[in-house]
Design a protein around this ligand. Structure first.
Ligand code: CA
Length: 225
């Protein structure tokens, strides 16, 4: 899962980026509205956390321009203001949720997870492929009824593969969804993590779910019956 934070206060950027990366998220940030809008238009983010008071373009302008360009990403607004009129305006402009500063990191995390569960932005809560079952609410993975314990990144990688069953995903596509730009250029990280994931998921199983597509990338699919 990849998130963009558009926020100009270095302290907020620092604690949000650190916290979310520790939770296994890929996080990029932009310190002004203009740069934020450019990134949000280029990269397929799962969610954008958007401050309102920004240099360049304001958060409201970023949101309106994004929606006008047809970018359907989930947007969580951050603001110091608490006027109800503002709230209504922003929901009308296409915000999905609203969080007033100052906020605790845990609260932000809960809101982000809630947004990711909405049907508009994600596939169903339980992903099932053959005997693999991923419960996105509990973040629990089972294969053949047995629990599999994954790290945050392994889990993000698996959810991305399992959300696109049968589709070949290139290393670049995987990088773009699971890692942020602090890892740019390290494409072999994808192979390393696929290897870890495969050993937890497929080792000792008759049916191998993760396929390597030579010269292209990876694919997760149930065997043809
Ligand atoms: Ca600000």
């Amino acid at each position: 899962m990849r998130l963009l934070l558009i926020e100009d206060e270095p302290k907020v950027v620092d604690f949000v980026v650190r916290g979310l990366r520790a939770e296994g998220w890929a996080v990029d940030f932009a310190l002004d509205g203009t740069e934020g809008l450019a990134r949000a238009t280029e990269v397929p983010y799962d969610i954008i956390v958007l401050d309102l008071m920004l240099p360049g373009l304001t958060g409201s302008e970023v949101l309106r321009l994004l929606r006008a360009r047809g970018v359907e990403v989930a947007v969580l607004i951050l603001t110091a203001r608490d006027g109800t009129g503002d709230k209504v305006d922003h929901f009308e402009a296409g915000a999905d949720d609203y969080l007033t500063k100052p906020f605790a990191f845990e609260e932000l995390l809960v809101r982000i997870k809630a947004l990711m569960r909405r049907p508009k932005t994600v596939s169903p809560q339980i992903l099932k492929i053959d005997d693999l079952e991923i419960d996105r609410l509990a973040q629990r993975v089972r294969r053949g009824g047995r629990n599999i314990s994954l790290t945050g990144k392994e889990y993000s990688l698996l959810v991305y593969l399992a959300s696109n069953p049968g589709r070949i995903l290139t290393r670049t596509m995987i990088m773009d969804h699971v890692w942020d730009e602090s890892f740019q250029g390290l494409t072999n990280i994808v192979d390393v993590y696929v290897r870890h994931l495969r050993s937890k998921l497929d080792d000792g199983q008759q049916v191998k779910l993760i396929q390597t597509v030579r010269g292209m990338g990876y694919c997760l699919k149930a065997p043809d019956k």
